[in-house]
Design a protein around this ligand. Sequence first.
Ligand code: ZN
Ligand code: ZN
Length: 375
Amino acid sequence: MNITAAVVHEKGGPFIIEPAFLADPVNDEIRVRIVAAGICHTDLNSRDQFYPMPFPAVLGHEGAGIVEAVGPLVSTIKPGDHVVISFGWCGQCPSCADGQISYCWHHMEMNFSGRRFSGKAWDMPSPICLPVENDKPEPISGAYFCQSSFATHAICTEKNAVVVDRDVPLEIVAPLGCGLQTGAGAVLNTLRPKPGASIMITGAGTVGLAAVMAAKAAQCRIIIAVDMNDQRLALARKLGATYTINPKDEDIPAAVEKLVPGGVEFAIETTGNPTVLRNSVDALQVRGICGLIGGAKLGTEVSLEMTHLLFGRAVRGILQGDSVPKDFIPRLIKMYRDGNFPIEKLIRHYSFESINEAIADMKSGETIKPVLKMP
Ligand SMILES: [Zn+2]
Ligand SMILES: [Zn+2]
């Protein structure tokens, strides 16, 4: 069918809204009319080729919408269902067999190859073509996170679509599929602090603020938010941070030592900056755990002090908040409805046509979580 998509044609280039063609769903695929799609830093990392994918490409991986058609193997989702779309996983590797689907051994191919998994290999092209005059159109990179939701319609799979109640506002819950579950899941699924615990969260963007809200919901007593932007720190305080640190003014481990002598029990690093990761580990108490969430360019290294680590401290990489989206997204929606996960405070809506403006506002720090509303 004919759709409209935001297409990136070159490294670092703009998103260009243009007509495209979307193939029909096959096998376990479903076609979704996208209602809203969040923009995540990972989209920009892909635009900038942190994880190489051939151009032109259609990105977008926090889509939500209404199911229009399903492939012949789909049994649990039907046209008319409202869905939040999350990351892809193969269902066959040791991690998937163990229920740890965010650590799918094929996470990179499933989500970043620009192609589709046929059940055996990534030998199916994406379902998206650009129109070509007098010639057979060639598929471009799509199937980004098994969705490519910067478009009016997307093909995802039964596995990565989560059915939600029809009265849930899709333009609010769209980012649950990546950024929000990533931050909240790191706290609620991975670190699981006990009531009264101490936690530091570096980076007060979407992921960090989702972690702050989750830490509050988990009744942490000390929640320290760290960011260079004072406005974001003010928002972090509104959402539950009990202390804030701006590293422009203070050294992070020294400031933590003043607030929590001996260091924090938990840290969550969302910035992907090696110096901040080092600071986070340095601020841990004995047996403390630092969850690493922030994505850095492939090949980025960090140095850590070995004796410090020896005292039971650990760094744990966390993808997608260890979430199984079909379980965790409904849990987060319940928290949102109960007023314990006020995600609407992070979101600003933009029209699909304003995608480049939305990205500029996200880059400048003016907007925390831009969400595109499709026409
Ligand atoms: Zn897998
Ligand atoms: Zn993301």
